[in-house]
Structure formats: structure tokens, C-alpha cells
Design a protein around this ligand. Structure first.
Ligand code: BDR
Ligand code: CA
Length: 328
């Protein structure tokens, strides 16, 4: 069994990613740490608990950072306000409730029966578990990198003790989903991302480009999931309600993309990777239009260490097969 720790800002796509790991037969999820991002921390914890419940599993959930390392964090519920906020180049970070729903789970009324989580923080849990399992932990991050940066700051030795870290964040092709330059998870806490990317962690970056290119579910794929007729498949589609409405408005088709699940799928099965390159990646922490950009040095202009395995192409078929297999 491979030992996984998941760090998530649980919203509608994190939930599906968590399900994949919980249901994968060769994987043991030791714990899930939560961070503010898509939704404020408390809501992220509730969403993580309801996801574990629906999978009928028993995994401990640890509360992490309520705000980014140095930036303030505010809740924004509408797309108009979010767009205005980003365009204002404010240094303040904001939630993605306009994309995932105010509750992060599509606002369809998901409730968690349990409110049991570990208040003793995510950071100490990460440090303790990694030190107790040197070379054995696969860490998968699905939200802003605040918890991981805080853990590395407190105990820098952990970064070389993690077997591998898969990051949903950044982009390999210069596209952004918050601003023209930045992907959400890195944009929320660029200072934390810089600490993580500059550490000696073995890092794989699954950027947002993989999501819109290889993990975009359209009518056919959604129909395939629905035809499984399982509560897990229905849950995975139902909670995308707000994102489905937005996708219709933006791109004029019925569908949604799954950034966190394709990252998790790659962490569970590297054969989903079709093309990757070891490259130097710089996180832009400056305020302004490029805040949170992942600058990928394809031509080695900087002549610096290759700190990241950058995924540039993944298999949509294999990803879909994993979803259908594990949610059945
Ligand atoms: C990432 O940001 C969040 O909205 C998603 O959960 C995903 O982790 C995509 O940019
Ligand atoms: Ca996420």
C-alpha cells in the first residue's frame, strides 16, 4: 500500500480527487490536512468530512491555515466581484466560492453528519507523520500551499523525507484561470508556493492546463459517469452544479473540468502522464498582473536547478477510465 497525505481546500473538484484516493485499492490515505482556498477553512473541513462520509471511510482530518502566509484572505461570492477584485491588482487573496458555490460543493445542500476533526494543526501532523515515515509518503496538494510551506519552515528536514509531492497548481503553458498569468492555488498564496517550489522536495506540477486540455468532462463523459448509477458517481457530478452553470455561460457547452482529480489520478498512476519535462520553475510573488505566475524556464535561460517535473500532456482516456473504475 502506498501511503498518501492529501492537503486540500475542499471544494467540488477536491472532493472528487479525495474520493479517488480513498477508493484506490493500492493506496492508504493516512490523513487529510485542510487549508483556506476555494472556501474558508471551516467550510473546507466540513466538505472534507462529508466526502469521507460518502466514501464510508474513516480518515482523520486536520485543520490547517486560515489565511495565506502574508496576505489577507476574504470571501467573495460572485463572479463579478471576484473579477473586479483580481483586476484591481489587490494584494489580498480571495475565495473561489463564485466557481464552486458558497458552500464549495455546488450549493446543493450537502451536509456533513460528523463535525469531528483534529484541531491540533495540520502543520504538526505533517511534520510528525513525515518524520515517522521517511521516504514513504506521497503528498498530494490540491489547494494553496500554505500548510506545506509552514511545515517546511518549521522543520526544513521534511522536504527530503517526502517520497514525492504532486502539486495541483500553476500552468505549464502560460495560461491562467484567475488572471491572464496565474492559476488559483498559486495566486492565493504565492509566498507559500515559492517556499515549496524552492525547497528540495521531489515535485511534480500538474498545472491547470492539464485540466482544461485533458480533464474537461463534456456531455458524453458525464453521461458515462451517470450511467454507473452509484451514489459516488452522482455525488461527483451533482456537486459541480455551480461550475456547470459557469461553463455553460463561458464556453457554451454542458460540462466541467477537474483539475484536482487529474492531479490525484497522476499521483495514483504515473502512466497517465504522456509528456513531462524536468525544468526550473519560478513563482512570481510580486503584486501586479503576474502575481502567482509559474514561470517555466523551458530553454534554461536562468541556468538554475531543475526543481520541478512539469506535466505537459496527460491521457484523457486513462483519466476517464480511472474515474469510471473507482466511482463504480
Ligand atoms: C484549482 O483551484 C481550485 O479552484 C480547484 O479546487 C483547483 O485546486 C484550479 O485552479
Ligand atoms: Ca482545490
Amino acid at each position: 500500500m502506498k501511503k498518501f497525505i492529501i492537503d486540500a481546500d475542499t471544494g467540488s473538484d477536491d472532493a472528487v480527487a479525495i474520493l479517488l484516493a480513498l477508493l484506490h485499492p493500492q493506496t492508504e490515505v493516512l490523513g487529510i490536512t485542510v487549508v483556506s482556498g476555494n472556501v474558508p477553512l471551516a467550510q473546507g473541513i466540513t466538505n472534507t468530512l462529508s466526502t469521507i462520509e460518502i466514501a464510508e471511510q474513516d480518515v482523520k482530518v486536520y485543520a490547517g491555515a486560515e489565511k495565506p502566509l502574508v496576505r489577507d484572505y476574504i470571501e467573495i461570492h460572485t463572479l463579478e466581484e471576484f473579477t473586479e477584485h483580481v483586476k484591481s491588482l489587490s494584494p489580498v487573496s480571495a475565495s473561489a466560492q463564485s466557481v464552486h458555490g458558497v458552500d464549495g460543493m455546488g450549493d446543493i445542500g450537502i451536509v456533513s453528519k460528523s463535525s469531528k476533526y483534529e484541531e491540533t494543526g495540520a502543520v504538526d501532523y505533517l511534520i510528525k507523520t513525515i518524520n515517522n515515515n521517511p521516504g514513504e509518503i506521497t503528498l498530494v496538494t490540491l489547494g494553496p500551499l500554505t500548510n506545506i510551506a509552514l511545515a517546511i519552515k518549521k522543520d526544513p528536514s521534511i522536504s527530503s523525507k517526502i517520497d514525492h509531492c504532486y502539486v495541483m497548481g500553476g500552468t505549464s503553458d502560460g495560461t491562467g484561470n484567475v488572471s491572464a498569468a496565474a492559476e488559483f492555488n498559486i495566486w492565493v498564496d504565492p509566498e507559500a508556493a515559492k517556499i515549496v517550489f524552492d525547497s528540495d522536495l521531489q515535485l511534480t506540477m500538474v498545472g491547470w492546463d492539464n485540466s482544461y486540455k485533458y480533464a474537461m468532462l463534456k456531455e458524453d463523459e458525464i453521461e458515462q459517469l451517470r450511467s454507473l448509477n452509484t451514489k459516488l458517481a452522482d455525488f461527483s457530478v451533482d456537486i459541480q452544479k455551480v461550475l456547470i452553470n459557469l461553463t455553460k455561460e463561458w464556453y457554451d457547452f454542458y460540462g466541467f473540468d477537474l483539475p484536482d482529480p487529474i492531479t490525484m489520478a497522476i499521483a495514483l498512476d504515473n502512466s497517465i502522464i504522456e509528456e513531462s519535462q524536468d525544468l526550473h520553475v519560478i513563482v512570481d510573488t510580486r503584486d501586479g498582473i503576474t502575481r502567482g505566475q509559474t514561470i517555466v524556464d523551458y530553454f534554461d535561460i536562468e541556468d538554475k536547478n531543475k526543481n520541478v517535473r512539469v506535466i505537459t500532456k496527460s491521457s484523457n482516456d486513462k483519466f476517464m477510465n480511472m474515474l469510471l473504475d473507482l466511482l463504480s
